[in-house]
Design a protein around this ligand. Structure first.
Ligand code: PEP
Ligand code: MG
Length: 583
């Protein structure tokens, strides 16, 4: 028997925000024993299979309607997809044929047949496919359980934290019915449906811990911190006190943030900052619309279609973009064309020695004009209500901008000929994320409708630090003087020629950086929807005049350390009674 942990802290991925303290409920999915005994009565076996498939469908229907109530149609669609698998004629006929030919128990055939799919999917490189393999696994267990005529173990106590190896979307929804306080899992990432659902259901979650199941016992007291991805097992007095205080603060703070919902992100001296959201997954759309976003400043289209095997065709893209544009109307949505390459998957199996300096973003698009034009046409068609902007990633030279404009004009002519609706004046802008573009901000602004600073890559390329490499992560500095000066330069030059300058990198989601960005003249930023209420609070706590002084001071400082210290001191002064240490 494993020993109980005392005051042990384990770390995973912060998948859904919030802090809770509650008892652990270990949800060890029973591994159903599968017998490969031979059968004698084929008809009976086939009948059992049909009954089990029907029962599984019934259960999923129930979960589906519960999910529609709790999450809305769109996100409940995962369960509809699971029901469709149960109706797949090829799968069902293969199962039947194998029972007839091999004369094996239906549970054995179901296990072996569906495991073929899950095995293949789990070998895939893309996180999405790996995650989906868990959904299929979930269906397999459901059918086997029904073949054995067992019931789902849903009778658990209220107010517990569910600890398990991996949550399926259906577990997540069903547990939410019994007032589960939080989720802790050994596997799963940020993009897992369970994580997305936990966020939508507002249930704090820490996933990908690897050792939670081996360290946590039933009824252990747990603290989970869904902001930092931390779990404390059987906390001591000190930890408990600290977290109780945080929960109290959070509670008050949430109420305060709620009061700001309908107020603008306006500094004390009346400067309005436009807050937009970044969109990576369509599932976030509803949440984002309700979380103070005044539009979408960045749609990462390559993420949106990550699950598709081939590049989505024009119609598929058009429908996806139109859905977003309709949802945020009359606000704007900024659709970035595919930023493939770098650390994002390429359409062909190409091994580049330096992928970040290779065939990425606009370079790849201009070399693949069919692919690029398909996307441009889809974006143009989605722009018919005049609330769509198109944005180009990874731009290094004006030639790339001009070539893109040429292709856009070609697409407009084609669509016009075909009698298709689109916004003739759709704005076309650029990501400023490469030093050459930042240095030439004036010229780039003159030849486009807007600029958006991508600090994630701008830092990577300016400081020559791989954004995903742990070894050099200390050198990845948003407050490096060169970065601060570049941002100031881009904002100033853009404004000189009357163009809108926004920022959509992670720096905009850093509450410590926001006063500096405002002080440098930024009037619009786009960040992950969940952080926007907090950013609004920061903006409403500062005055533009004092941030301007702060900006001027930081522009003269020569080291990252000095600027960093300046920003932290400023933030702590302004946000004194607020939520300093939670994020
Ligand atoms: C950026 O580089 O700052 C950015 C927003 O784009 P991505 O993170 O998708 O590269
Ligand atoms: Mg980028």
């Amino acid at each position: 028997m494993k020993e109980r942990e005392i005051n042990t802290v384990i770390k995973g991925i912060a998948a859904a925000p919030g802090i809770v303290i509650a008892k652990a409920y270990i949800y060890a999915k029973e591994k159903e024993e599968v017998s490969n005994e031979a059968i004698t009565d084929i008809d009976e076996a086939l009948n059992n299979l049909e009954v089990a498939l029907e029962q599984s469908k019934k259960e999923l229907k129930k979960i589906f309607s519960l999910a529609v109530d709790k999450l809305g149609e769109k996100r409940a669609a995962i369960f509809e997809a699971q029901m469709m698998i149960l109706d797949d004629p090829i799968l069902v006929s293969t199962l039947k044929k194998r029972i007839q030919n091999e004369m094996k128990m239906p549970e054995f055939v179901v296990d072996s047949e569906i495991s073929k799919y899950t095995h293949l999917m789990s070998l895939a490189d893309e996180a999405y496919m790996k995650e989906r393999s868990h959904d299929i696994e979930d269906i397999k267990h459901r059918i086997i359980r029904n073949l054995k005529k067992k019931k789902w173990r849903s009778r658990i106590a209220n107010d517990v934290i569910v600890v398990t190896t991996n949550l399926s979307p259906s577990d997540t929804v069903l547990f939410s019915r019994v007032n589960v306080k939080g989720y802790v899992t050994d596997f799963g990432g940020l993009t897992s449906h369970a994580a997305i659902l936990a966020r939508s259901l507002n249930i704090p979650a820490v996933v990908g811990l690897h050792n939670a199941m081996s360290k946590i016992h039933e009824d252990d007291e747990l603290i989970i911190d869904g902001y930092k991805g931390v779990v404390v097992i059987n906390p001591d007095e000190k930890h408990l006190k600290e977290y109780l205080k945080k929960i109290d603060k959070l509670h008050n703070y949430d109420e305060e943030l709620n009061k700001l919902k309908d107020l603008p992100a306006e500094t004390r001296d009346g400067r309005i900052i436009q807050l937009e959201a970044n969109l990576d997954l369509t599932e976030e759309l509803e949440y984002l619309v309700h979380n103070c976003a005044q539009g979408i400043g960045l749609v990462r289209t390559e993420q949106l279609f990550q699950q598709s095997e081939a590049f989505p065709d024009e119609e598929e893209q058009f429908l996806a973009y139109k859905e977003i544009a309709d949802k945020v109307y009359p606000n704007y949505v900024t659709i970035r064309t595919f930023d493939i390459g770098g650390d994002k998957v390429l359409p062909v199996d190409l091994k580049e020695p330096n992928p970040f300096l290779g065939w990425r973003g606009i370079r790849l698009l201009l070399d693949s004009t069919d692919l690029f034009k398909t996307q441009i046409r889809a974006i143009l068609r989605a722009s018919s209500h005049k609330n769509v902007r198109l944005m180009i990633p990874m731009v290094t030279s004006l030639e790339e901008v001009r070539e893109t404009h040429k292709l856009i004009d070609e697409c407009k002519k084609e669509l016009h000929k075909e009698g298709k609706q689109f916004d003739k004046h759709m704005q076309v802008g650029l990501m400023i994320e490469i030093p050459s573009a930042a240095a030439m901000a004036k010229e780039f602004a003159e030849e486009s409708d807007f600029l958006s600073i991508g600090t994630n890559d701008l830092i990577q390329y300016t400081l020559a630090v791989d954004r995903g490499n742990e070894i050099v992560s200390k050198l990845y500095q948003e407050f490096h003087p060169a970065i601060v000066r570049f941002i100031h330069h881009v904002i100033t030059e853009g404004k000189k020629v009357g163009k809108r300058v926004s920022l959509c990198g992670e720096m905009g989601a850093d509450p410590f950086a926001v006063p500096l960005l405002v002080g440098l003249g930024l009037e619009s930023l786009s960040a992950s929807a969940s952080i926007l209420p907090h950013i609004k609070k920061v903006i409403r706590s500062i005055s533009y005049d004092e941030t301007k002084e702060l900006g001027e001071k930081c522009l003269k400082l020569k080291t990252e350390k000095e600027i960093n210290a300046e920003m932290h001191a400023f933030y702590n002064r302004k946000m004194q009674d607020q939520i300093k240490n939670l994020y």
